[in-house]
Design a protein around this ligand. Structure first.
Ligand code: HEM
Length: 454
């Protein structure tokens, strides 16, 4: 009986989630008390799903505890594929992927009377690019589509499950079907990636004349400390890391592109101003270098405003320890696994005390003289005003590549097409209602009327 009562108390404390919805509290937690807020809670979804059936933990960077193992994995990513010099040299590949998307949208528009759905083709183009960055050019179309389906289904099921899952045992039992489905997807990814690991182990042929250094090569070469020895990564660890890479670099960017186009359709004067900047920077259809993409202030302002209003990752969940954390969230006890603290990135970006008319899409606020002139994609140590890429020790390592991809795709799409509402949206404008799941997506996926510019 005593055991039962203490178990109930413990599981209640563990399933309580403390919500942080304003930038000041987020700053106190993630910057001022960064060490206390450096982990994901061990027991909660999706970390709990990271345990394979054989009991081996499927660590990736997101689920690894703050410490030497996490540092080694994260440094491997940032020192190789995400190193700023490598990212800058990828401009031709990004241009190629964006041009493939233009061709795909043109074909779809011709077949669809001038109207296109944006989400699926954008995701497809991005997935092709991240697959190339991950494995090189040995993945054929069929294999790539199968991998894309697994990533998409995973995000769908996790998005469905997240709102009704609180990490408790009861919740696991109630949702056992969803757990089995997700577990089957883990098995499927392993099946799909293993032959590619083997092929890359056998031959390290140059990819695109040496411009691309596949992520998987760096994983094969990596040696991590394990007790007294240094060892190679296990295949199951590589599967988790590859899956993280493919997922992180696709849906988030596609979501931001879709949200931004929706606002540009609703506010044609902003679309026209952005197009003028693009036309001034490049001749029609020519490649934009990474330097050009960085030096277009209005493009940057449009992307920042979109990320402020609709951060593609809706929430960050942290497992917090320490007295500072307890005080900050007003908890009376510290559960053995730590406190669960959820940061709502959407609410933080629309905080009324921080932003003027936060629900208005107004890119000008990010230009010189605007209220957010100095705000960048990552918070500065002094304050947080928005945090679409997170903050603190675990901020997104893909911020540089993410910003460059979003800008490249948007500049290409706005330079190549005029964007107008689809027939169904002509009177009321595009509906920008949000749906929070694994990602913050448009509740009604964007369809638009596109006209190719000549
Ligand atoms: C628009 C694009 C992207 C957005 C909005 C985004 C957003 C985020 C956010 C909010 C986090 C959690 C940060 C935190 O806990 O403080 C995160 C983590 C992460 N992101 Fe991104 N991300 C994007 C693109 C990318 C790309 C392109 C990659 C790599 C290819 C990437 C890899 C990761 C990884 C590995 C983590 C885990 C970091 C850790 O726990 O140490 N992301 N991202």
């Amino acid at each position: 009986m005593v055991f039962a009562r203490s178990y109930i108390r413990r599981s209640r404390a563990q399933s309580t989630i403390h919500h942080i919805v304003d930038p000041v509290a987020a700053h106190q937690a993630l910057i001022q008390n960064a060490d206390d807020f450096a982990n994901q809670p061990a027991s909660i979804f999706p970390a709990s799903l990271a345990v394979w059936r054989n009991g081996e933990r499927n660590y990736n960077i997101t689920t690894a505890d703050h410490g030497p193992h996490w540092r080694a994995l994260r440094c491997n990513l940032t020192a190789h594929i995400l190193h700023p010099s490598r990212v800058a040299s990828l401009a031709p590949l990004l241009h190629e992927a964006a041009q493939d998307l233009v061709a795909d949208l043109s074909a779809r528009a011709s077949a669809g009377g001038g109207e296109v759905a944006v989400r699926v083709p954008t995701n497809t183009a991005l997935f092709g690019l991240v697959t190339l960055l991950c494995f090189g050019d040995m993945v054929d179309g069929q294999h790539r589509r199968a991998m894309g389906r697994v990533v998409r289904d995973y995000m769908h099921f996790v998005g469905e499950l997240s709102p009704r899952f609180d990490g408790s045992m009861l919740s696991k039992l109630v949702n056992w079907r969803a757990f089995l489905r997700i577990s089957a997807l883990f098995d499927r990814q392993a099946e799909l990636y293993r032959p590619l690991f083997a092929a890359r182990r056998q031959s390290r042929s140059k990819v695109r004349g040496g411009t691309v250094h596949p992520y998987v090569d760096s994983l094969l070469d990596l040696r991590i400390a394990d007790g007294d020895v240094r060892r190679a990564l296990r295949e199951s660890e590589m599967v988790g890391l590859v899956f993280e890479f493919l997922g992180a670099g696709t849906g988030t960017i596609a979501a931001c592109v879709e949200w931004t186009l929706a606002h540009l359709i609703n506010q044609p004067e902003i679309q026209a101003r952005l197009r003028r900047e693009i036309d001034d920077e490049t001749t029609h259809g020519a490649m934009l270098s990474s330097k050009s993409l960085r030096s277009m202030p209005y493009l940057n302002a449009v992307v920042m405003e979109s990320l402020r209003m609709h951060p593609p990752v809706c929430f960050i969940l942290r497992g917090a320890h320490g007295e500072g954390a307890k005080e900050l969230v007003g908890a009376t006890a510290m559960p053995p696994d730590g406190l669960r603290v959820l940061f709502n990135l959407g609410d933080i970006g629309r905080d009324k005390a921080t932003w003027t008319d936060p629900d208005e899409f107004r890119p000008e606020r990010f230009l010189a003289g605007g209220e957010a002139e100095n705000v960048g994609p990552l918070p500065v140590p002094k304050e947080i005003r928005m945090m679409p890429f997170g903050a603190g020790h675990r901020h997104c390592p893909g911020v540089g590549m993410g910003m460059m991809l979003i800008k490249c795709f948007l500049a290409t799409l706005v330079g190549e097409f005029d964007w107008a509402p689809a027939a169904q949206d002509c009177s009321g404008g595009v509906d920008v209602t949000e749906r929070n799941g694994f990602l913050k997506l448009m509740k009604k996926p964007l369809s638009a009327r596109v006209t190719r510019r000549t």
